[in-house]
Design a protein around this ligand. Structure first.
Ligand code: ITT
Length: 218
């Protein structure tokens, strides 16, 4: 059994649809560190949550990256959804020439044990890393965690990233959660898709696919 650490029932619905009954929600509001990338936030959260749950955990840190705003709101997506709202995110984007965006998720897994180093650190696309410290990720982001916590023996964390390109559009659809009504992929907003349809193409579905392939070998 796996603890999916989140306060967001929408994420749990999608993970349960993908991973069957292996997942239970662990409603734990882990302290999010401030960082420009999702990976360190998820890695730090997974370590905190593992200590609280005392069992294997996954944390999913997601964000909407709007190209016209150089990736904003990115890791600050939750804050922006709560303070600005998705309707106004659409209105801010509407006058721009470029409405393209991407949704990204990083799933971080921690079970307190070490992992054999792999050639590819959790399936994260090296092209996208833009000079990040890949070696640190192969150690589970230990460098970042050490900076944050001063903990020389940071717990190993494995990261799995999923990304999906799309367009910011006027809100459509009743399903999904969060930014789904304003995020269109191939002509359909995520809020117009069923959970299974969204999982088949979404950032989270792609990260869950990488995670479940690796987890099956564990
Ligand atoms: P936890 O941190 O407790 O998991 P959260 O909803 O705050 O819950 P994130 O920080 O990862 O999770 O989410 C950042 C924001 O992106 C937040 O406003 C979410 O509603 C939104 N979001 C995450 N995944 C999404 C998805 O698949 N579709 C639409 N919006 C999503």
């Amino acid at each position: 059994m796996l603890n999916f650490v989140t306060t967001n029932p929408g994420k749990v619905r999608e993970a349960t649809a993908y991973l069957d009954d292996e997942v239970v929600q662990f409603d734990f509001d882990y302290p999010e560190i401030q960082a420009d990338e999702l990976g360190p936030v998820a890695a730090h959260g997974a370590r905190e949550a593992y200590r609280a749950a005392d069992g294997p955990v996954i944390v999913d840190d997601a964000g909407l990256f709007i190209d016209a705003f150089d990736g904003f709101p990115g890791p600050y997506s939750s804050y922006v959804e709560n303070r600005v709202g998705i309707e106004r995110v659409w209105r801010l984007t509407e006058p721009e020439d470029d409405h393209s965006a991407a949704f990204k998720t990083v799933i971080a897994y921690c079970d307190g044990e070490g992992f054999a180093a792999t050639p590819d650190p959790g399936g994260i696309d090296r092209e996208e890393r833009r000079g990040q410290d890949l070696a640190a990720d192969e150690r589970g982001g230990a460098t970042m965690d050490t900076q944050v916590q001063g903990d020389e023996d940071a717990l190993p964390v494995k990261l799995f990233e999923g990304r999906v390109p799309g367009e910011i559009v006027a809100p459509r659809g009743e399903g999904g959660f969060g930014y789904d009504p304003i995020f269109e992929h191939d002509g359909t907003t995520f809020a117009e898709m069923s959970t299974d349809e969204k999982n088949a193409v979404s950032h989270r579905g792609r990260a869950l696919a990488k995670f479940s392939e690796w987890y099956a070998t564990r």
